[in-house]
Design a protein around this ligand. Structure first.
Ligand SMILES: NC(=O)c1ccc[n+]([C@@H]2O[C@H](COP(=O)([O-])OP(=O)(O)OC[C@H]3O[C@@H](n4cnc5c(N)ncnc54)[C@H](OP(=O)(O)O)[C@@H]3O)[C@@H](O)[C@H]2O)c1
Length: 318
Protein backbone atom coordinates (compact mmCIF):
# COMPACT_ATOMS: atom_id res chain seq x y z
CA UNK A 1 0.00 0.00 0.00
CA UNK A 2 1.23 3.50 -0.82
CA UNK A 3 2.38 5.63 2.13
CA UNK A 4 0.36 8.82 2.60
CA UNK A 5 2.72 11.81 2.67
CA UNK A 6 1.62 15.37 3.43
CA UNK A 7 3.95 18.05 2.02
CA UNK A 8 3.64 21.47 3.64
CA UNK A 9 5.29 24.83 3.07
CA UNK A 10 3.57 28.22 3.51
CA UNK A 11 5.14 29.14 0.16
CA UNK A 12 2.85 27.54 -2.44
CA UNK A 13 5.47 27.43 -5.20
CA UNK A 14 7.97 25.78 -2.88
CA UNK A 15 5.40 23.22 -1.70
CA UNK A 16 4.67 22.32 -5.35
CA UNK A 17 8.38 22.03 -6.12
CA UNK A 18 8.82 19.51 -3.28
CA UNK A 19 5.79 17.67 -4.69
CA UNK A 20 7.29 17.52 -8.19
CA UNK A 21 10.71 16.39 -7.00
CA UNK A 22 9.31 13.67 -4.73
CA UNK A 23 6.77 12.46 -7.31
CA UNK A 24 9.58 11.98 -9.79
CA UNK A 25 11.72 9.99 -7.34
CA UNK A 26 9.26 7.95 -5.25
CA UNK A 27 6.48 5.76 -6.63
CA UNK A 28 5.19 3.99 -3.52
CA UNK A 29 3.72 7.12 -1.89
CA UNK A 30 0.53 9.15 -2.23
CA UNK A 31 1.36 12.85 -1.91
CA UNK A 32 -0.86 15.71 -0.78
CA UNK A 33 0.62 19.18 -1.26
CA UNK A 34 -0.56 21.99 1.04
CA UNK A 35 0.47 25.58 1.65
CA UNK A 36 -2.33 26.78 3.94
CA UNK A 37 -3.88 25.49 7.15
CA UNK A 38 -7.18 24.96 5.28
CA UNK A 39 -5.42 22.62 2.85
CA UNK A 40 -3.26 20.85 5.44
CA UNK A 41 -5.71 20.21 8.28
CA UNK A 42 -8.06 17.85 6.37
CA UNK A 43 -5.07 15.78 5.16
CA UNK A 44 -3.04 15.45 8.38
CA UNK A 45 -5.40 12.93 10.02
CA UNK A 46 -4.50 10.21 7.52
CA UNK A 47 -0.91 11.24 6.80
CA UNK A 48 1.75 8.75 7.86
CA UNK A 49 4.60 11.06 6.88
CA UNK A 50 4.80 14.87 7.06
CA UNK A 51 7.51 16.75 5.14
CA UNK A 52 8.09 20.49 5.14
CA UNK A 53 8.43 23.37 7.58
CA UNK A 54 6.65 26.31 9.21
CA UNK A 55 3.71 24.03 9.94
CA UNK A 56 0.42 25.76 10.84
CA UNK A 57 -0.59 25.92 14.51
CA UNK A 58 -2.60 22.93 15.66
CA UNK A 59 -1.48 20.66 12.80
CA UNK A 60 0.23 18.06 14.97
CA UNK A 61 -2.73 17.91 17.40
CA UNK A 62 -4.77 16.40 14.54
CA UNK A 63 -2.14 13.88 13.47
CA UNK A 64 -3.57 10.45 14.20
CA UNK A 65 -1.55 8.20 11.87
CA UNK A 66 1.73 10.12 11.84
CA UNK A 67 4.92 8.03 12.18
CA UNK A 68 7.57 10.33 10.74
CA UNK A 69 8.11 14.09 10.36
CA UNK A 70 10.89 15.34 8.10
CA UNK A 71 11.76 19.01 8.49
CA UNK A 72 13.35 20.41 5.37
CA UNK A 73 15.30 22.94 7.47
CA UNK A 74 18.20 22.11 9.81
CA UNK A 75 16.49 23.76 12.80
CA UNK A 76 13.78 21.68 14.48
CA UNK A 77 12.99 23.52 17.74
CA UNK A 78 9.44 24.48 16.70
CA UNK A 79 8.53 20.79 16.34
CA UNK A 80 10.56 19.58 19.35
CA UNK A 81 8.90 22.16 21.64
CA UNK A 82 5.38 21.59 20.18
CA UNK A 83 3.36 20.09 23.07
CA UNK A 84 1.26 18.20 20.51
CA UNK A 85 4.24 16.33 19.05
CA UNK A 86 3.50 12.62 19.49
CA UNK A 87 6.67 11.42 21.28
CA UNK A 88 6.65 8.15 19.31
CA UNK A 89 7.07 9.99 16.01
CA UNK A 90 10.47 9.87 14.28
CA UNK A 91 11.73 13.39 13.57
CA UNK A 92 14.42 13.93 10.94
CA UNK A 93 15.87 17.08 9.39
CA UNK A 94 17.88 18.17 6.40
CA UNK A 95 21.62 17.61 6.44
CA UNK A 96 23.40 20.79 7.43
CA UNK A 97 26.00 20.18 4.71
CA UNK A 98 23.29 20.74 2.07
CA UNK A 99 22.69 24.22 3.50
CA UNK A 100 26.21 25.11 4.65
CA UNK A 101 27.83 26.36 1.39
CA UNK A 102 25.82 29.59 1.41
CA UNK A 103 26.41 30.00 5.16
CA UNK A 104 30.17 29.82 4.60
CA UNK A 105 29.89 32.83 2.29
CA UNK A 106 27.78 34.74 4.82
CA UNK A 107 30.31 34.18 7.60
CA UNK A 108 33.31 35.03 5.40
CA UNK A 109 31.49 38.16 4.20
CA UNK A 110 30.75 39.20 7.81
CA UNK A 111 34.42 38.78 8.74
CA UNK A 112 35.81 40.55 5.67
CA UNK A 113 33.30 43.41 5.93
CA UNK A 114 34.59 43.93 9.45
CA UNK A 115 38.31 43.78 8.68
CA UNK A 116 37.85 45.87 5.50
CA UNK A 117 35.60 48.34 7.35
CA UNK A 118 32.94 48.35 4.61
CA UNK A 119 30.16 49.71 6.89
CA UNK A 120 32.40 52.72 7.57
CA UNK A 121 33.07 53.18 3.83
CA UNK A 122 29.31 53.07 3.13
CA UNK A 123 28.59 55.66 5.81
CA UNK A 124 31.35 57.91 4.44
CA UNK A 125 30.07 57.52 0.88
CA UNK A 126 26.60 58.71 1.92
CA UNK A 127 28.28 61.90 3.15
CA UNK A 128 30.67 62.14 0.11
CA UNK A 129 33.46 61.97 2.67
CA UNK A 130 36.99 60.94 1.61
CA UNK A 131 38.76 59.92 4.81
CA UNK A 132 41.36 57.15 4.99
CA UNK A 133 41.36 54.38 7.60
CA UNK A 134 43.32 51.25 8.52
CA UNK A 135 42.33 48.03 6.76
CA UNK A 136 43.07 44.93 8.82
CA UNK A 137 43.74 41.35 7.64
CA UNK A 138 41.40 38.44 8.36
CA UNK A 139 44.30 36.07 7.80
CA UNK A 140 45.66 34.92 11.15
CA UNK A 141 42.63 36.08 13.13
CA UNK A 142 41.24 33.64 15.70
CA UNK A 143 37.68 32.64 14.90
CA UNK A 144 35.67 30.58 17.37
CA UNK A 145 32.84 28.46 16.02
CA UNK A 146 30.20 27.65 18.66
CA UNK A 147 28.48 24.48 17.46
CA UNK A 148 30.73 22.35 15.29
CA UNK A 149 28.11 19.95 13.97
CA UNK A 150 27.10 19.57 10.32
CA UNK A 151 27.24 23.26 9.46
CA UNK A 152 29.79 24.54 11.98
CA UNK A 153 32.42 22.01 10.94
CA UNK A 154 32.04 22.94 7.26
CA UNK A 155 32.30 26.65 8.15
CA UNK A 156 35.36 25.91 10.31
CA UNK A 157 37.15 24.18 7.42
CA UNK A 158 36.42 27.11 5.11
CA UNK A 159 37.76 29.61 7.67
CA UNK A 160 40.95 27.59 8.10
CA UNK A 161 41.35 27.35 4.32
CA UNK A 162 41.18 31.14 4.20
CA UNK A 163 44.06 31.52 6.63
CA UNK A 164 42.19 32.02 9.88
CA UNK A 165 42.94 30.10 13.07
CA UNK A 166 39.84 28.25 14.22
CA UNK A 167 38.66 27.16 17.66
CA UNK A 168 35.46 25.24 18.36
CA UNK A 169 32.89 24.86 21.14
CA UNK A 170 30.50 21.92 21.45
CA UNK A 171 28.48 19.89 23.92
CA UNK A 172 30.22 16.54 23.77
CA UNK A 173 33.84 15.48 23.97
CA UNK A 174 34.08 13.58 20.69
CA UNK A 175 36.51 13.35 17.80
CA UNK A 176 38.30 16.47 16.54
CA UNK A 177 37.20 18.41 13.48
CA UNK A 178 39.47 19.13 10.49
CA UNK A 179 40.78 22.69 10.54
CA UNK A 180 40.01 23.31 14.23
CA UNK A 181 43.05 23.83 16.47
CA UNK A 182 41.27 23.23 19.75
CA UNK A 183 37.76 22.26 20.77
CA UNK A 184 36.29 23.56 24.02
CA UNK A 185 33.50 21.53 25.60
CA UNK A 186 30.52 22.39 27.79
CA UNK A 187 29.45 25.46 29.74
CA UNK A 188 32.54 25.57 31.94
CA UNK A 189 34.74 26.05 28.84
CA UNK A 190 32.53 28.66 27.12
CA UNK A 191 34.25 31.71 28.63
CA UNK A 192 37.81 30.48 28.00
CA UNK A 193 36.67 29.74 24.44
CA UNK A 194 35.18 33.18 23.68
CA UNK A 195 38.00 35.01 25.45
CA UNK A 196 40.52 33.60 22.96
CA UNK A 197 38.66 34.79 19.85
CA UNK A 198 38.67 37.82 17.55
CA UNK A 199 35.37 36.61 16.06
CA UNK A 200 32.80 34.29 17.63
CA UNK A 201 30.47 32.58 15.15
CA UNK A 202 27.43 30.85 16.64
CA UNK A 203 25.90 27.96 14.71
CA UNK A 204 24.06 26.61 17.75
CA UNK A 205 20.59 25.07 17.59
CA UNK A 206 17.85 26.11 20.03
CA UNK A 207 17.61 23.56 22.82
CA UNK A 208 16.74 23.79 26.50
CA UNK A 209 20.51 23.99 27.19
CA UNK A 210 21.50 26.59 24.59
CA UNK A 211 18.82 29.17 25.44
CA UNK A 212 20.50 32.42 26.48
CA UNK A 213 24.05 31.00 26.65
CA UNK A 214 25.45 34.22 25.18
CA UNK A 215 24.79 36.29 28.28
CA UNK A 216 26.20 39.44 29.92
CA UNK A 217 29.03 37.49 31.56
CA UNK A 218 29.94 35.68 28.34
CA UNK A 219 30.09 38.96 26.38
CA UNK A 220 32.19 40.39 29.23
CA UNK A 221 34.68 37.54 28.72
CA UNK A 222 35.15 38.44 25.03
CA UNK A 223 37.90 40.73 23.73
CA UNK A 224 36.80 44.35 23.39
CA UNK A 225 37.40 44.30 19.62
CA UNK A 226 35.75 40.89 19.09
CA UNK A 227 32.75 40.61 16.79
CA UNK A 228 29.88 38.23 17.47
CA UNK A 229 28.30 36.60 14.39
CA UNK A 230 25.09 34.61 14.79
CA UNK A 231 23.82 32.28 12.05
CA UNK A 232 22.49 29.61 14.43
CA UNK A 233 19.43 30.64 16.38
CA UNK A 234 18.48 33.86 18.18
CA UNK A 235 17.30 32.05 21.30
CA UNK A 236 20.92 31.33 22.26
CA UNK A 237 21.48 35.06 22.83
CA UNK A 238 20.33 37.44 25.55
CA UNK A 239 19.68 40.26 23.06
CA UNK A 240 19.48 43.02 25.68
CA UNK A 241 22.85 41.90 27.05
CA UNK A 242 24.27 41.93 23.51
CA UNK A 243 22.92 45.41 22.74
CA UNK A 244 24.35 46.63 26.03
CA UNK A 245 27.75 45.00 25.36
CA UNK A 246 28.00 46.66 21.94
CA UNK A 247 26.78 50.04 23.21
CA UNK A 248 29.29 50.09 26.07
CA UNK A 249 32.18 48.85 23.89
CA UNK A 250 32.49 45.58 25.84
CA UNK A 251 32.68 43.90 22.42
CA UNK A 252 33.47 45.34 18.99
CA UNK A 253 30.17 44.64 17.25
CA UNK A 254 27.84 41.99 15.89
CA UNK A 255 26.55 40.58 12.62
CA UNK A 256 23.20 38.92 13.22
CA UNK A 257 21.04 36.82 10.92
CA UNK A 258 18.77 35.23 13.55
CA UNK A 259 16.80 36.67 16.46
CA UNK A 260 14.71 35.62 19.46
CA UNK A 261 11.66 37.01 17.71
CA UNK A 262 11.44 37.17 13.91
CA UNK A 263 10.78 39.58 12.30
CA UNK A 264 12.93 41.54 14.76
CA UNK A 265 10.51 43.94 16.50
CA UNK A 266 10.90 47.65 15.71
CA UNK A 267 11.42 48.20 19.46
CA UNK A 268 14.62 46.12 19.55
CA UNK A 269 17.63 48.21 20.65
CA UNK A 270 19.74 46.26 18.13
CA UNK A 271 18.25 48.16 15.16
CA UNK A 272 19.77 51.47 16.22
CA UNK A 273 23.36 50.33 16.80
CA UNK A 274 25.98 51.44 14.28
CA UNK A 275 28.24 48.49 15.05
CA UNK A 276 25.51 45.89 14.52
CA UNK A 277 24.65 44.52 11.07
CA UNK A 278 21.20 42.93 10.81
CA UNK A 279 20.09 40.54 8.07
CA UNK A 280 16.60 38.97 7.95
CA UNK A 281 17.40 35.25 8.45
CA UNK A 282 18.80 34.77 4.96
CA UNK A 283 22.20 33.14 5.55
CA UNK A 284 21.11 29.54 4.97
CA UNK A 285 18.21 29.34 2.53
CA UNK A 286 16.66 25.90 2.17
CA UNK A 287 16.54 25.06 -1.55
CA UNK A 288 14.30 22.05 -2.41
CA UNK A 289 16.77 20.64 -4.96
CA UNK A 290 19.57 20.77 -2.36
CA UNK A 291 17.70 18.99 0.42
CA UNK A 292 15.29 16.39 -1.04
CA UNK A 293 18.02 13.77 -1.51
CA UNK A 294 18.15 12.82 2.18
CA UNK A 295 14.34 12.45 2.36
CA UNK A 296 14.29 10.24 -0.73
CA UNK A 297 16.98 7.99 0.76
CA UNK A 298 15.22 7.99 4.15
CA UNK A 299 11.88 7.14 2.52
CA UNK A 300 13.37 3.92 1.17
CA UNK A 301 14.76 3.20 4.65
CA UNK A 302 11.38 3.95 6.22
CA UNK A 303 9.59 1.54 3.89
CA UNK A 304 12.23 -1.13 4.62
CA UNK A 305 11.92 -0.59 8.39
CA UNK A 306 15.56 0.59 8.60
CA UNK A 307 17.02 3.32 10.82
CA UNK A 308 16.52 6.84 9.43
CA UNK A 309 19.42 9.22 8.88
CA UNK A 310 19.63 12.60 10.65
CA UNK A 311 17.11 11.60 13.28
CA UNK A 312 16.64 14.09 16.13
CA UNK A 313 17.19 12.95 19.70
CA UNK A 314 14.03 14.49 21.23
CA UNK A 315 15.52 14.39 24.74
CA UNK A 316 18.65 16.30 23.66
CA UNK A 317 16.65 18.57 21.34
CA UNK A 318 18.89 18.41 18.22
N1 LIG B 1 20.51 31.12 9.69
C1 LIG B 1 20.05 30.15 8.91
O1 LIG B 1 19.50 30.42 7.84
C2 LIG B 1 20.24 28.71 9.34
C3 LIG B 1 20.26 27.72 8.35
C4 LIG B 1 20.46 26.40 8.75
C5 LIG B 1 20.65 26.09 10.08
N2 LIG B 1 20.62 27.07 11.01
C6 LIG B 1 20.80 26.74 12.44
O2 LIG B 1 22.03 26.06 12.61
C7 LIG B 1 21.86 25.07 13.60
C8 LIG B 1 22.94 24.02 13.51
O3 LIG B 1 22.73 23.18 12.39
P1 LIG B 1 23.62 21.86 12.18
O4 LIG B 1 23.08 21.16 11.01
O5 LIG B 1 25.06 22.20 12.20
O6 LIG B 1 23.26 21.08 13.53
P2 LIG B 1 24.05 19.88 14.25
O7 LIG B 1 24.80 19.07 13.25
O8 LIG B 1 23.06 19.19 15.11
O9 LIG B 1 25.12 20.62 15.16
C9 LIG B 1 24.79 21.27 16.35
C10 LIG B 1 26.07 21.65 17.07
O10 LIG B 1 25.72 22.40 18.24
C11 LIG B 1 26.37 21.83 19.38
N3 LIG B 1 25.57 21.99 20.58
C12 LIG B 1 24.28 21.60 20.81
N4 LIG B 1 23.93 21.86 22.07
C13 LIG B 1 25.01 22.41 22.67
C14 LIG B 1 25.29 22.87 23.97
N5 LIG B 1 24.36 22.82 24.95
N6 LIG B 1 26.52 23.36 24.24
C15 LIG B 1 27.48 23.40 23.28
N7 LIG B 1 27.29 22.98 22.00
C16 LIG B 1 26.07 22.49 21.71
C17 LIG B 1 26.50 20.36 19.04
O11 LIG B 1 27.49 19.77 19.87
P3 LIG B 1 27.98 18.25 19.69
O12 LIG B 1 28.80 18.27 18.43
O13 LIG B 1 28.78 17.99 20.89
O14 LIG B 1 26.73 17.42 19.55
C18 LIG B 1 26.86 20.42 17.57
O15 LIG B 1 28.24 20.66 17.41
C19 LIG B 1 20.44 24.55 13.33
O16 LIG B 1 19.90 23.92 14.48
C20 LIG B 1 19.70 25.80 12.96
O17 LIG B 1 19.14 26.34 14.14
C21 LIG B 1 20.41 28.37 10.68
Amino acid sequence: MATKVLIFSPNGQEACRYGELLHAAIDDAEFTVASTAEEALPAIGEAEVLLGWKFPAGLLARAKALCWIHKVSAGVEDVVFDPDLPRSVHLTRSEGVAIAPRMIEYVLCAIYMTTQQFPRAMRQQQRKLWSSYFVDKAEGKIVGVAGVGDIGSVIARALAKNGMRVLGWRRSRTAGVAGIERIFVGHEELKPFVSACDFVVSVLPTTAETKGVFSTSVFAAMKSHAVFINVGRGASVDENALADAVTRGVIGGAVLDVFCEEPLPATSPLWGLQRVIITPHVSGPVVPEDVVGLFIDNFRRYRAGERLHREIDLQRGY
